[in-house]
Design a protein around this ligand. Sequence first.
Ligand SMILES: Cc1ncc(COP(=O)(O)O)c(C=O)c1O
Length: 474
Amino acid sequence: MPLSPEGEAFRAAIDIVAASEPAVAKAIAGELDNQRHQLKLIASENYASPAVLLAMGNWLSDKYAEGTPGHRFYAGCQFVDEVETLAAEHAKALFGADHAYVQPHSGIDANLVAYWSILARRVETPALAEAGASNVNDLSPQAWESLRHALHGQRLLGMSLDAGGHLTHGFRPNISGKLFEHASYGVSPETGLIDYDDVASKAREWRPLVIVAGYSAYPRNPNFALMAEIASDVGATLLVDMAHFAGLVAGKVLTGDLDPVPHADVVTSTTHKSLRGPRGGIVLCTQEYAPYVDKGCPMVLGGPLPHVMAAKAVALAEARRDEFRVYATRIVDNARALAEGLLRRGVTLVTGGTDNHIVLADVGSSFGLTGRQAEPALLESGIVTNRNSVPMDPNGAWYTSGIRMGTPALTTLGFGTSEMDEVADIFSTALRATATETPTTKARFTLDPQVAAACRQRCAELLGRHPLYPGVEL
Ligand SMILES: Cc1ncc(COP(=O)(O)O)c(C=O)c1O
């Protein structure tokens, strides 16, 4: 097949990299090969467009640009100003936000910017006003010490990890758990769904400064109007982390009460999951929080990554097109087809199905396996996933009882609902041929090699119908 223009571009790039360090060129080619030969069901991954990928590989990377457009601590930032402003304008228009900050390097950084902006607005600013100071540098040592304690003495309420929350939502291994006193809300043990009465009563009891909504592994759509009401009743700031489902918000699948932007004070996101952009983060907020969010650098970030902001601008422009709405709708149709296919084959799903891009299979009750066993068995069978806790997981966060799947990547390739049904069949065929090794362990397993080979063949046939980056040969 002749090389496409993208093919020419990537071929030239890889040859140039190979001339400096062949091992890196080899790893890049290996990664593409892997992605072409695995059925990607990792819910947090996608395939960015060649335009997004190529926008990152250039000299914008060499420029320092601390500050914000027009207010930099370095000279010569004219073109960085252009790409940052463009990315922010696209983000505001796409999500209907008052303000957008596109510098965070990742989702964790976006959440850090959000937390410190809320603390700056709600704790630091009143303390400065009380002391008659305009800047923390003007505070006396005693006033500064008391403010530092106040900044570290605040409370946060977020979704528990086993219910699908994220480590950055107040958990001890992450800085958010060291910064805030944390309490969490879970899901109903009967339905697996968020119980808003329970969230409200926890909020009244805990009186948090910040309530965090959003998830990494919840297959339904939270009601952000209800979360905003709960936050407002207790005087908390509502932060929604839409890292996972930003693509569904961008594609107008999630509207009204399911769209966080009109309801939350601050919304954070990654740009590389369902939104299909470069790896990175963004923060959207109301005008009230805008001046604080804009101080992400130097508050918690160093200089921005101008090449990644350029790629964010490209991806956000792509997400504003009508095709992206079709894409987002198909992500959800495909997830539903995958869920129905699994249910028909006797697989237990958390919450009994899905309304978004995620399907969370309970492989403990369905196949007698841990996630730690199912994940490599699936990989050997041609499907790449990740293990995940299920609510009240008896196997804990390492071994787990769940396999999390998501449809953004396969939908980008062009998979449709009947193909998702076949994916469900390959999944259940592979795990039915997997057994816990005796004596019983939570990690080792046996997998019938003939079944694994047949599954790999079926995955290859599906992927053959929807080639990744056709016209690119390295
Ligand atoms: C809800 C949520 N927030 C934040 C993050 C962190 O994103 P990153 O890996 O870009 O730091 C993730 C990533 O898994 C996530 O799922």
